[in-house]
Design a protein around this ligand. Structure first.
Ligand code: SF4
Ligand code: SF4
Length: 79
């Protein structure tokens, strides 16, 4: 699966147009990703002009992808 840093997305929909698995689509004013459809090809990350897509090969669970990305747990979540 991939993760998208939505704050930096310029909504060009390039990722959606190259995705061979239809795993990204524009929903409202955001790009939505469907991890269950993603085949981890990395094309979307390659074409993103804003460089806001990160590929997490072999990961299907968004929580796992966050850990993979090295995101810290929210403050005060675990003591
Ligand atoms: S990695 Fe490939 S299959 Fe997955 S969302 Fe990106 S373009 Fe689509
Ligand atoms: S290619 Fe990048 S900038 Fe363009 S819509 Fe997708 S995530 Fe946003």
């Amino acid at each position: 699966m991939i993760t998208i840093e939505h704050a930096g997305c310029i909504f060009c929909v390039g990722c959606s147009s190259v995705c061979p698995a239809n795993a990204i689509e524009a929903v409202g004013t955001r790009m939505k990703h469907y991890p269950e459809k993603c085949i981890d090809c990395g094309l979307c990350a390659k074409v993103c002009p804003a460089n806001v897509i990160t590929l997490h090969k072999g990961v299907k669970d968004p929580c796992q992808a966050k850990a993979h990305q090295g995101h810290a747990a929210p403050k005060g979540a675990v003591k």
